[in-house]
Ligand binder design. Sequence first.
Ligand code: 9MR
Length: 690
Amino acid sequence: MNPLKRLGCRRASVLGLLAATVLMTPGTATGAPDTAKASTLGAQAAQSGRYFGTAVAAGRLGDGTYTGILDREFNSVTPENEMKWDTTEPSRGSFNFGPADQIANRAQARGQRLRGHTLVWHSQLPGWVSSIRDANTLSGVMNNHITTVMNRYKGRIHSWDVVNEAFADGTSGQLRSSVFRDVLGTGFIEQAFRTARTVDPAAKLCYNDYNIEDWNAAKTQGVYRLVRDFKARGVPIDCVGFQAHFGTGGPPASFQSTLSNFAALGVDVQITELDIAQASSTAYANTVRACMDVARCTGITVWGIRDSDSWRASENPLLFDRNGAKKPAYNAVLTTLGGTPTATSSTPTATRSTPTATSGTPSGPRNATNAAALPSRYSWSSSGPLIAPKPDATHNIAGIKDPTVVQYNGKYHVFASVASSSGYNLVYLNFSDWSQANSATHHYLDRTAIGSGYRAAPQVFYYAPQRLWYLVYQTGNASYSTNPDISNPNGWSAPRNFYASMPDIIRQNIGNGYWVDMWVICDSTNCYLFSSDDNGHLYRSQTTVGQFPNGFTNTVIAAQDSNKYALFEASNVYKVQGSNEYLLLVEAIGSDGRRYFRSWTSGSLAGSWTPLAASESNPFARASNVSFPSGAWTRDISHGEMIRAGYDQTLTIPACRLQYLYQGMNPNAGGDYNLLPWRLGLLTQTNSTC
Ligand code: 9MR
């Protein structure tokens, strides 16, 4: 929903300007893949689901040139030294997370992903550890270190270098001597990975090393045997990091084979510390191509930003010169990632993507399998108003709107917009039964870290891979907060944005509309963010399940209608339980000026949408197909949400006896849109055949 535009559009509809409007038959929809090219490394890498990161030094974060490039180009960050043992636990049991927090918090606030580097390494190890001679002591110390550091950043690190550089250089193919190997034996690596898995099961656990890029090297073979053995025995390991500190020639000829051979063991591979003496374009392009050509190569990190930031500064090994200007190798990398270089210069360039063609792709009839899942006509029975505003001394609420609801732990948890003359914010309530909905306590979320200011149209779900609740809402951008406990209103984090700014394709199509009603849904591979523009367009961006909530890109028009009122806002997308079908609902304004819902289905979230019950005469839910046993209190069936079968990010709904929580209002009310008396009611499907 949108706050400000309402006067205009409601007046238009009330004046009956639409009465003569012929409703467009189904919004044309396109599932065309986005082949947009980006002009920054991170944005371009994201188009293939990869990240492009850099090592970051906390000490340089005050340098504007440095942070300018960092935030423009990179979507993953590795603390260069700040998570190493000598910094995080300089003396036994005394932890220092200051510098690492500085990097982690900054990255998180900007939607950049984090790599953790590193938990167990013979170097940058404080003397108190390297002097331990007792195995029990060292074992406890190592486990405690892993546990404490990983817990600190739990849920925030996509990949952890659990063990770093454990193999010897040269021809032995064996572990190097270190306090860990010498005191604990070769099993220390397994112990470290097992401990790490129990602490943060969502983080990918990597073994990271240098000089393992050449398939023929003894060291490479040693690491390969370790990973093969771990996989064979079920020891947890998810990835291998190839540091890729190369000489002037770049990667060895066998590099891509090495990556593929490791990937074939069932692990991801990542390039974790890339730098190349003298930074030849060819050498960089060859390195990046090796990753792009291996499906399980999930990302690339360069080991610093400007040459002057590098640990090997005299070899000028990075992508930016000491002034921050892009070097030729930068363009080689961007091109190899699939992007389009702009002029090589130090001027920051905004991310640009070419809008995708939006021509409609007519979709075929629903196939037989899917047709069985949902009927193509609907009738409903509505409750009376179940939830009304509960103003208090500081919240002079006129309407409660845009509900989102999950059932969890025996309760309904409802979040909604609350509207007053001073604007929009959010409210939370829970209750065990609809009969108690009206007596539930309203918790105003402007009193929490979510904060005051414009927040509206929430959507709640549990993101199972991170074991976190997400509340998605609009703030002008698409924003979210997280909470480990849905029932604790004070547990929500401060808002963060999904996008750096409005995607270009939206800017180009929004006209006089508003960017509203963000909606996230995931399948097993990707998460999609839908949004509307009150101008006839439904947009869709995507990221991977692993990257979520970061990396939303590839924004396309998922559906459109030349009559903006026919494809207006408040879209919902659900997975239908027990079928391969997804259901799309979009709110429209009918020829009577009243709100109603149209529906479509698709076999995939990124596919095209086929009309289901999508017209004024055969609506999904409209006053005309709803009965009101307790009195016709509303003629609008407006912004709401289905009662789901579960509560996770798949947004699964039952196929039978659907229920829809919606906003309605006294049809005689009028005046200031923000003061309209919206209430929440519940529709129950009455024509379910199952
Ligand atoms: O870049 C890091 C440099 O600032 C430190 O002085 C150095 C100390 O060992 O570590 C550098 O990073 C290393 C990384 O942590 C592991 N692989 C090799 C990197 C370059 O030495």
